[in-house]
Design a protein around this ligand. Structure first.
Ligand code: FAD
Ligand code: NAD
Length: 471
């Protein structure tokens, strides 16, 4: 029997954008419902993205560190992988975090509706799947946060066993003997690292001329050097033109510069060539919501769509498709609905590739500065001169600051090295607060930590880095 309910705010999609928005709206005193097909909030990030991938990246890093410790006189026996336990542990991490979000949802008195919704009009949703299928939900405002899904390549449709996407890969159903990863961006590098660490022979094929096309090349070079033996084969400026599943193998054909380096077949092929907004079956045609030519929902600075009662946040509205950007937008949308003066206007959104070494940056990159013909000063501190990096046996990194020449304002920060992702927020704060190189140089950083590399990079601008001697 269809029911009818009414809320001040209904959030569609329970990912980091959606639950962030719902929690903020409830904290601001609004009556909120949150709709998602899973048992608890979490979305792609917690169930099939950020969290399971980071748990597994940690596991393979521990394995690698155990092997490398031998050089320091600490020898472990050869690590053994127990795949059932690994899968179990990864699932427990996800359950713990999503269960926690479920508890927080209840504590905030948010009505959690398990299922899928679509717009009937600008103030009504209809449940089209789940326990309340057929029921109508009225809202004063809705926040659309249905996220994104993997792009499929022609001729490489997912069968989820042999030709797989990131969600399939993170299910860890099997560790194939050979894995071809198509796309050497975030997912290609992170999941490629995981499977190589679990024992697969991993090959990468990338259409551009290097790993992580969006990152500065000097950062990527540090990744490439440390990982020169991690992958079986790396093919740049190359594409897969054909794939056929035969006798439990995927037979593939390559085209491009490194086509000759590839094998004829692989046990599995992971396609990781980007993600697209999840706008289908949402009933957007029953509203005034507009999408751009790539299918992303268009919004203003408050994240309001062309339909005044409907806001949109997260991956569904475009790049960068990152969890922390989605959550921030969710908070802005909730504040706008509550009548606060607010806008989405970050100066810097951090990006972190959680490989080993981690690659992290925020604000203006050196590549962008060159492309924009913008005059900048660039100062670097090599981790070879860092006490902390040396105690960790990890001198393979550096910290770089992109500085406005006249004002010495920090415009961007980039770090490559172990735990770079935990260091980059100091750079984000610096960019957001219009800090200068002097601010970094005069801020006392704890010794011995990797954070000192930010201070010393700034000191290097003046030729006064304690641990670099410049004649
Ligand atoms: P999503 O997390 O995509 O959530 C959308 C939710 O909406 C889903 O639960 C979906 O089921 C639900 N939904 C869809 N349609 C409907 C409907 N009609 N009705 C109700 N519910 C619906 N980002 C980072 O910042 N750091 C990382 O380390 C990171 N790692 C990643 C690793 C992988 C393998 C992947 C795939 C992504 C990763 N990301 C990472 C990106 C991150 O997951 C996304 O940017 C983030 O999840 C976007 O959040 P969102 O709220 O926009 O949507
Ligand atoms: P991506 O955009 O990071 O990388 C896709 C790569 O595929 C690019 O290098 C691109 O040049 C290449 N490519 C495209 N078409 C190709 C083809 N036909 N053949 C060979 N290569 C091809 O996309 P992704 O790795 O799929 O990740 C999707 C998004 O998910 C990311 O953009 C990011 O927003 C998010 N994500 C973030 C993290 C993180 O924050 N650590 C981790 C995973 C995913």
């Amino acid at each position: 029997m269809a029911k009818q309910q009414a809320y001040e705010v209904v959030v569609i999609g329970g990912g980091p954008g959606g639950y962030g928005a719902a929690f903020m709206a409830a904290d601001l005193g609004l009556e909120v419902a949150l709709i998602d097909p899973e048992a608890n909030p979490g979305g792609v990030c917690l169930y099939r993205g950020c969290i399971p991938s980071k748990a597994l990246l940690h596991l393979v890093k521990v394995k690698q560190e155990a092997l490398e410790a031998e050089a320091w006189g600490l020898q472990f026996s050869e690590p053994k992988l127990h795949m059932d336990k690994i899968r179990d542990w990864k699932n427990k991490v996800v359950e713990k975090l999503t269960g926690g979000l479920g508890t927080l949802t209840k504590k905030r008195k948010i009505t959690y509706i398990r299922g899928m919704a679509q717009f009937a009009d600008a103030h009504t949703l209809e449940m089209v799947a789940g326990e309340e299928e057929g029921s109508k939900i009225k809202f004063q405002h809705a926040i659309l946060a249905t996220g994104s899904e993997p792009v499929e390549l022609p001729g490489l449709s997912f069968d989820h066993h042999h030709i797989i996407n990131s969600a399939d890969a993170l299910n860890l159903e099997q560790v194939p003997e050979t894995l071809l990863v198509v796309g050497a961006g975030y997912i290609g590098l992170e999941i490629g690292t995981i499977y190589a660490g679990l024992g697969s022979k991993v090959s990468l094929v990338e259409m551009t001329d290097g790993f992580m096309p969006g990152a500065d090349r000097d950062l990527v070079d540090v990744f490439s050097k440390r990982n020169k033996d991690l992958f079986e084969t790396v093919m740049f400026e190359t594409k897969v033109t054909e794939a056929q599943v035969k006798k439990k193998q995927v037979r593939v054909k390559f085209e491009g510069k490194d086509a000759d380096k590839g094998n004829d077949s692989y046990e599995q092929v992971l396609v990781a060539v980007g993600r697209k907004p999840r706008t289908q079956n949402l009933g957007l045609e029953n509203t005034k919501v507009k999408v751009d030519d790539k299918g992303f929902v268009q919004v203003n600075a408050q994240r309001q769509t062309a339909e005044p009662s409907i806001y949109a946040i997260g991956d569904i509205i475009g790049e960068p498709m990152l969890a922390h950007k989605a959550t921030h937008e969710g908070k802005v949308a909730a504040e706008a609905i509550a009548g606060h003066k607010t806008a989405y206007e970050p100066q810097a959104i951090p990006a972190v590739v959680f490989t080993d070494p981690e690659i992290a940056w925020c604000g203006l990159t050196e590549t962008e500065a060159k492309a924009q013909d913008k005059k900048v000063k660039v100062t670097r501190f090599p981790w070879a001169a860092s006490g902390r990096a040396t105690t960790l046996g990890r001198n393979d990194g550096f910290t770089k600051l992109i500085i406005e020449p006249d004002t010495e304002r920090i415009l961007g920060v980039a770090i490559v090295g172990t735990n770079a992702g935990d260091l980059i927020p100091e750079g984000v704060l610096a960019v957001e607060m219009a800090a200068t190189a002097k601010d970094f140089a005069l801020t006392i950083h704890p010794h011995p930590t990797l954070s000192e590399t930010l201070m010393e990079a700034a000191e290097a601008l003046y030729g006064q880095s304690t641990h670099i001697f410049r004649k």
